[in-house]
Design a protein around this ligand. Sequence first.
Ligand SMILES: CC(C)(COP(=O)(O)OP(=O)(O)OC[C@H]1O[C@@H](n2cnc3c(N)ncnc32)[C@H](O)[C@@H]1OP(=O)(O)O)[C@@H](O)C(=O)NCCC(=O)NCCS
Length: 174
Amino acid sequence: MSKLTLRQLNKQDEDAFFEGLKEWDGEDLDWYTFSWKPGMPFSEMITILENEFAGIDLLPGRVAHTMLYGFVEGKIVGRVSIRHSLNEHLRKRGGHIGYAVAKKFRKNGYATEMVRQALDHCRELKIPKLMVTCAEDNVPSCKIIERFDGKLEDKIWDDEDKEMIRRYWVSIEE
Ligand SMILES: CC(C)(COP(=O)(O)OP(=O)(O)OC[C@H]1O[C@@H](n2cnc3c(N)ncnc32)[C@H](O)[C@@H]1OP(=O)(O)O)[C@@H](O)C(=O)NCCC(=O)NCCS
């Protein structure tokens, strides 16, 4: 696996961000970004991300979060969102962290490595344990959570997406 660096975006990442966006053509944009909307200047999104990190001007139903992008050889392969706290919706589905890797880059261990590095950010954020959720049939995601010793709390029915969800807790050691 090539070396992956997980970090927040800065103003120099415009080209990498829009290159990475192409990999999600025709897919749910949320897997790549919650903050950018078509036509939005990159600099505006950076301001939004800074505000979302600080908990400023949050959209209804959103909590403060850290958006981290995984870079390999200058290209964005995926992202991790760390929610700083849980609300009712995230407790049911979404949990503290969500991650995605573009199709082209999957099965290289990148998601596993992004989650490994994201745990350091969770330590800094003083989140003692993470709720992580995945659809029952999402084999790679379940594997990743169990790799980090996720303890299955329960399985619940998600009436929105009409599927069974597994809810795990991952402990963050100091
Ligand atoms: C889930 C996802 C992030 C995995 O990304 P990835 O970079 O391919 O994951 P990794 O390469 O780190 O693989 C993790 C494990 O899953 C396995 N795996 C990967 N793809 C798999 C597949 N299609 N079927 C079965 N196992 C798979 C890998 O072999 C690895 O297992 P191992 O550690 O035992 O070898 C990616 O498929 C994705 O973005 N899916 C859409 C978004 C999503 O579902 N996010 C998770 C929300 S809970």
